[in-house]
Design a protein around this ligand. Sequence first.
Ligand SMILES: *[C@@H]1O[C@H](CO)[C@@H](O)[C@H](O)[C@H]1NC(C)=O
Ligand SMILES: *[C@@H]1O[C@H](CO)[C@@H](O)[C@H](O)[C@H]1NC(C)=O
Ligand SMILES: *[C@@H]1O[C@H](CO)[C@@H](O)[C@H](O)[C@H]1NC(C)=O
Ligand SMILES: *[C@@H]1O[C@H](CO)[C@@H](O)[C@H](O)[C@H]1NC(C)=O
Ligand SMILES: *[C@@H]1O[C@H](CO)[C@@H](O)[C@H](O)[C@H]1NC(C)=O
Ligand SMILES: *[C@@H]1O[C@H](CO)[C@@H](O)[C@H](O)[C@H]1NC(C)=O
Ligand SMILES: *[C@@H]1O[C@H](CO)[C@@H](O)[C@H](O)[C@H]1NC(C)=O
Length: 633
Amino acid sequence: MRLLCALLLAACCRRAAGVLGEAEPPEPELVEVEVGSTALLRCGPSQAQGNLSYVDWFSVHREKPVLIFRVLQGQGHSVAGEYEHRLSLREAGAALALTHVTPHDERVFLCQAKPPGPGEHRLQLRVYKAPEEPSIQANTQGISVNSPEPEEVATCVGRNGYPVPQVVWYKNGQPLKEQKDRVHIQSSQTAESSGLYTLRSVLQAQLRKQDRDARFYCELSYRLPSGSHMKESPEVTVPVFYPAETVWLEVAPAGPLKEGDRVEIQCLADGNPPPHFSLSKQDPGTLELVEERTLEDGVLVLAPARREHSGRYQCQGLDLESSASLLSAPRELRVDFVSDVRVRPAAPEAHEGGNLTLTCRAESSQELEFQWLREETGKVLAPQSVLELQNLDREAGGGYRCVASAPRVPGLNATRLVSVAVFGPPWMALRERKVRAPEDALLNLTCVAWGHPRPTITWSVGGTASEQNQGPQGVLSLLSVRVTPQLVETGAQCVASNTLGRNSTRFLLELACNRSTGPSTATVGPHTRANGTTTEKKLPEPQSKGVVIAAVTVSLLVLALLGAVLCFFHKKGKLPCGRSGKQDITLPPSHKSTFVVEVKSDKPPEEMGLLQGSRADQRAPGDQGEKYIDLRH
Ligand SMILES: *[C@@H]1O[C@H](CO)[C@@H](O)[C@H](O)[C@H]1NC(C)=O
Ligand SMILES: *[C@@H]1O[C@H](CO)[C@@H](O)[C@H](O)[C@H]1NC(C)=O
Ligand SMILES: *[C@@H]1O[C@H](CO)[C@@H](O)[C@H](O)[C@H]1NC(C)=O
Ligand SMILES: *[C@@H]1O[C@H](CO)[C@@H](O)[C@H](O)[C@H]1NC(C)=O
Ligand SMILES: *[C@@H]1O[C@H](CO)[C@@H](O)[C@H](O)[C@H]1NC(C)=O
Ligand SMILES: *[C@@H]1O[C@H](CO)[C@@H](O)[C@H](O)[C@H]1NC(C)=O
Ligand SMILES: *[C@@H]1O[C@H](CO)[C@@H](O)[C@H](O)[C@H]1NC(C)=O
């Protein structure tokens, strides 16, 4: 009972004191609002509100209340001054609305209702504003680990917040704390005319080598009516300079090196910035280190690498800041090679039925493996350096290749090709050939012969002859000759001879019709007129198959007849239209487009293929080969 009485008395005294403005005023009611929004000011708790038809509102500025709004008979009236246009009554007069709140509005407001009301009521307006996204600016100049004092790492700026936000710096996600002589954080704020604050925080730190990849950022924490919030800046890194502790040497490619490779030797160090390098090679004679000239600092490119590049290399790094010099471990480099593949005898030759031994040698920095291959077929003949050839025949002549390879160095090999010559009389590509050509045409005749010693070729008829070698034992002769009736009579012959004998190829000539469209220099070739397809294509669109066949047959017959008549008149009294040409015109047209290509030789084709010399070289340019066109049916 006594306690209750005391409480009531205390409440009574407080009210009396408030009204009189004496002693300490009660704690004002807190009203929190964001900048720019509207604050609702209520004159006391709703249950205590009484008659609000007559209320005076004050803003307290420097402890002095200034009248800003009056409620008379329930009607609001602005008072001239700072708040003239921003105050109005809301909620049927229960609240006073202050619009467009700014940081300057953060003050105490006071209301006095006419009795019998709740009397005087105080409100503290608290204003908040989130800062903008923080920006961060890293030190791009870089920081040396040898710096005696903490250096600026980054600066963080958070604009237009209210009140001033708190800043926390992070390194690799861990918050940084102030540390004597190691970490300093200096923050300052500037008040804008709007009343908002811009925070600027500078992080200074002494960095170590392991900080070269460290990520720094700042975090701003601030309060809003809704609670606590925070914003983070982007992460930044800072160049860290530190002296090199080790210098070393790298060689690419890794693994064994061989002549011809592109080899790169590079000096490396663990310092930032890298030191100035010099790359030296030991002189094999004096054992002194001789500096190599390099295009790029500390990079030597050997392209192509040669055996002389083998040796002992060493890098030296000179730190420009500390003038400290560091040496790398020396590195032995070996450029492997295979060269000077030689075959004994150098120009092997043997008689038919004889034996031959080929021996292969080579220079190398490595142990070698040898192999003998037949050049024409690629067939492996012997897996060692000595090749024994026994009972040689004509077909055994030709190319043999010795391959010397170093199995321990992939791709390192060298080869030598030798040609084995088997003594023998000339061997002709063809024994006989038939050629059709129009009269007066310029005809090219080719003749190919092999033998050892290499044969020489002579022609039975005059003309312009030219020769070219076909492999080590072959020769090709080309004769350009004008087609005359006399030449057709006699034919032509090429004779190949060497010390061991002679052999020949005969050319039988046939006269082709001298048609107006025929090329004058053509030796062999179908005439376009004789090409049934061409003729058929020129026909108008056929009505039916029967009509087409009839039309083709008739036109071809007419053409053939016309050709025969023309030819007959052209050569009347002279020669027939080719020696066997008279069948030409009697052929049914369907047969005219069918040309028969025949191989004319006294040897079957398989045997021809075994002729001495490189097969690929046997076909001469302009050589009509074993083919000729036969119209005889
Ligand atoms: C408030 O007081 C006025 C005059 O003093 C009176 O006219 C009015 O009715 C009262 N209103 C309330 C709700 O008591
Ligand atoms: C070739 O070698 C074989 C086998 O060694 C031998 O029988 C033959 O007599 C030799 N021929 C010649 C011409 O030396
Ligand atoms: C020889 O060397 C070449 C490249 O230099 C390589 O392509 C080839 O495979 C090598 N041959 C052998 C048998 O090692
Ligand atoms: C002439 O060459 C042919 C191959 O065209 C060959 O069959 C013939 O034996 C050779 N004649 C002589 C005498 O060597
Ligand atoms: C064949 O034609 C050529 C040119 O097309 C001509 O010079 C030559 O006299 C003709 N020969 C005959 C026999 O008509
Ligand atoms: C004949 O040979 C000569 C010289 O090689 C060449 O210029 C000419 O074109 C050849 N003629 C024919 C029809 O092949
Ligand atoms: C006929 O000529 C055509 C094109 O002009 C060609 O494609 C075809 O091969 C020739 N036919 C013969 C048999 O020459």
